[in-house]
Ligand binder design. Structure first.
Ligand code: ATP
Length: 234
């Protein structure tokens, strides 16, 4: 079988002596949407950070397109084709929409996604492109964060809680874009508190409990009851 785009083997993540993740095995293929679910503190964000070189200390192996990226920095993983939409967006509020988007372009790789594609996904950002990000609504700011990641032309897009604090109608708009991004052949990992939404869009999922994968599979082949039992560790 061909090597999956991302292959994580026996990954552990530490903060000082505390082990936040233990023995994680996880794969993501090109054009696949993979959902990571789990309660607060289960280790979802730590997993995202480990992939892009932002974890304090890790053990195990992370391979991307066959290359060992375990010890790589964020700058290196971004250039290799992995973009993270971080929890809390991490935008520059005093810079304009376009200046924030430009950052993705500068740190990323060459590719087919440019400003026109991002403004095509989010027309409101074209209208607001000269405005400071701080003057935007939360939903619009999340569009900027997603747009910035897309402008890096990722092969793998990691989305950490992109719907947090947003109104359902805004979240629906963001989630309409996800399959379109996948149709470009981009692999997508989604971390989301809203399990229903997250599983609805995913091809496969992994459930984390206290730093370990305790269930994985295809949403279509797994009962809600089984997901709930593993999510809550019952
Ligand atoms: P949430 O939904 O609350 O973001 P999560 O599933 O993303 O939760 P993580 O943020 O990855 O979980 O946290 C996993 C564990 O690691 C938690 O027990 C958390 O307290 C701990 N942790 C996370 N970041 C740090 C840090 N910088 N220093 C120490 N411990 C941390």
């Amino acid at each position: 079988m061909a090597e999956p785009m991302l292959r994580i083997q026996d990954l552990s993540v530490f903060y000082g002596p505390f082990r936040a993740l233990e023995g994680i095995d996880l794969e993501v293929g090109a054009g696949e949407i993979v959902s990571i679910i789990g309660a607060n503190g289960a280790g979802k964000s730590s997993l995202m950070k480990a992939i892009v070189g932002q974890a304090d200390r890790i053990e195990g192996a992370i391979r991307f397109e066959g290359d060992d990226i375990t010890a790589r920095s964020t700058a290196e993983t971004t250039r290799a084709g992995i973009a993270l939409v971080p929890e809390g967006r991490r935008l520059f509020p005093s810079l304009t929409v376009e200046e924030n988007l430009m950052i993705g372009r500068e740190v990323g790789r060459e590719g087919e996604i440019g400003f026109d594609q991002v403004y095509g996904y989010f027309p409101i950002l074209r209208e607001r492109r000269g405005q400071m990000v701080r003057s935007l609504s939360g939903g619009q700011q999340q569009m900027v964060a997603l747009g910035r990641a897309l402008l890096a032309n990722p092969k793998l897009l990691l989305c950490d809680e992109i719907s947090l604090g947003l109104a359902p109608v805004i979240i629906n708009g963001l989630y309409e874009i996800i399959p379109e991004i996948r149709d470009r052949g981009i692999g997508i990992v989604i971390v989301e508190q809203d399990i229903t939404r997250s599983l609805a869009v995913a091809d496969r999922f992994y459930c984390l409990l206290e730093g370990k994968v305790n269930l994985s599979g295809r949403p279509a082949e797994t009962s809600r009851d089984e997901v709930a039992r593993h999510y809550f560790g019952m």
